[in-house]
Design a protein around this ligand. Structure first.
Ligand code: AMP
Ligand code: GLY
Length: 419
């Protein structure tokens, strides 16, 4: 099988790595990719947001499958363009990707499908936003309606801060904000594959969204993740499949915009039960790094079954007993700014450690030297018999990485590993 993966992050590196380990895959391409991905796949320069360019590349390469990693190309309709060129694609249509592209749309679908979520108010003016804040009360949750790379959400007790965020979002052309009820309780990410009809859940993971230890600091794209979740209720996956994934997939199909790809269910386990915090239309980053580290079934056949509407024929997925932990190494200033262009040392040494692999996120190749090129720079993955062992290995890897001014959280999976 020949496969083209679209995207540049550690999630795409994890996808390419898993595909490279699948004996059914004989050629791997990535666009635009990054230096880490370049070690496993042939890289191509392409504008990932331009469906025509991606479809042309896929056609020229004669690939059997295109896997679209990030949300922006999906929302821009890249999967539609690839499909129209007669090539199988893993990733939803632009219409279906609105589940991630518009938080207001996602809430509308959840309401229609009876999926439990925080009660929302959609505001298009500052007066409406103020009313919503006062009706729902503190802690305030204010979300930019559109895509914001995980940084569009503010959760605060400070009404002034909440209102300022609403104001910033509303100033954008067509700006809308969603103000919603605060959900208390631990968060879980569950990825559910769907071909538009059937659903197959992967294993749950937990992401650490805040920049600093102890869940302090601003929201980020994600600073680390682990799987499994020893503390989660045994019936969690079944409950999410039945109460969240199936009704959502059915509602999308009923509207004539079936969702095929991976439905990322971001959940809060509140005292009143499971609630959806958000939907995404793609694999999560950094959760994918730990989920794929545990998947024993070869990945290409799974993604192909989704793309070809054959999930019902897929044998049950197999999982390793190992636990996995990933720690994100971010550049100085992330998420507010990011310092780029600094050389990174120790990647090869960290990667050589037993049960450790290093995935590239924001890196670039400068005359043969790997340099930082983004906010999240690397995602170091450790696996082991339990979370404590996996965590120790991931941090041993992080300890070997040298990057001026870099930052990482020191408490990824700490509490869960003490379980
Ligand atoms: P989202 O982009 O919707 O996933 O939000 C990013 C993060 O903000 C989530 O992972 C939560 O940590 C937090 N968050 C979002 N919505 C809520 C909510 N209703 N209550 C509490 N925290 C929230
Ligand atoms: N880990 C959060 C996300 O991928 O949106």
């Amino acid at each position: 099988m020949k496969i083209l993966v679209v995207g540049t992050g550690a999630r795409e590196h994890a996808l390419v790595r898993a595909l490279s380990l699948d004996p059914a895959v004989d050629e791997l391409h990535a666009a635009p990719g990054n230096p880490g991905i370049g070690g496993l796949a042939t890289l191509h320069t392409v504008n990932p947001l331009d469906g025509r360019e991606v479809a042309e590349l896929a056609t020229d390469l004669g690939v059997d499958l295109v896997v679209v990693g990030p949300e922006a190309p999906l929302v821009a309709g890249v999967a539609d363009a690839v499909s129209a060129a007669g090539i199988a694609v893993f990733g939803p249509s632009g219409e279906a990707a609105r589940l991630e592209g518009s938080k207001a749309f996602a809430k509308e679908i959840m309401a229609a499908a009876g999926v439990p979520t925080a009660e929302p108010r959609v505001a298009t003016t500052i007066v409406e936003a103020e009313q919503a804040l006062d009706e729902l009360g503190a802690p305030y949750v204010v979300k930019d309606d559109g895509l914001a790379a995980g940084k569009g959400v503010v959760v605060t007790d400070d009404r002034h801060v909440a209102l300022e965020h609403a104001r910033t979002c509303l100033l954008k052309p067509g700006g809308r904000v969603v103000v919603e009820e605060f959900l208390d309780g631990p968060e879980v990410s569950l990825f559910v594959l769907s071909d538009g009809t059937d659903v197959v859940p992967l294993v749950p993971a937990q992401d650490f969204k805040r920049a600093l230890d102890g869940d302090e600091g601003p929201n980020t794209g994600g600073m680390g993740a682990y799987s499994p979740l020893p503390w989660a209720p045994a019936d969690l996956v079944d409950e999410v499949v039945e109460r969240v994934a199936r009704p959502t997939i059915a509602e999308m199909a009923r509207r004539g915009t079936p969702f095929a790809g991976v439905l990322y269910c971001g959940l809060a386990l509140t005292s009143a039960g499971v609630r959806v915090v958000e939907f995404n239309a793609r694999f999560g980053d950094p959760e994918t790094q730990v989920v794929l580290a545990r998947l024993a079934t070869p990945l290409a056949g799974v993604l192909m079954a989704v793309a070809q509407g054959r999930l019902s024929e897929l044998a049950p997925l197999e999982w390793r007993d190992d636990a996995a932990v990933t720690v994100v190494v971010a550049s100085e200033g992330y998420p507010t700014s990011s310092r780029t262009g600094d050389p990174i040392v120790g990647i090869v040494q960290a990667d050589a450690l037993d049960s450790v692999h290093v995935l590239h996120a924001g890196t670039a190749d400068r005359d043969g030297v790997v340099v930082s090129d983004g906010g999240r720079v690397l995602s170091v993955v450790g696996t082991g018999a339990d979370l404590a062992a996996a965590r120790e290995r991931a941090y041993a890897g992080v300890g070997l990485i040298g990057l001026v001014g870099s930052q990482h959280r020191t408490d990824i999976a700490l509490e869960a590993s003490r379980g």
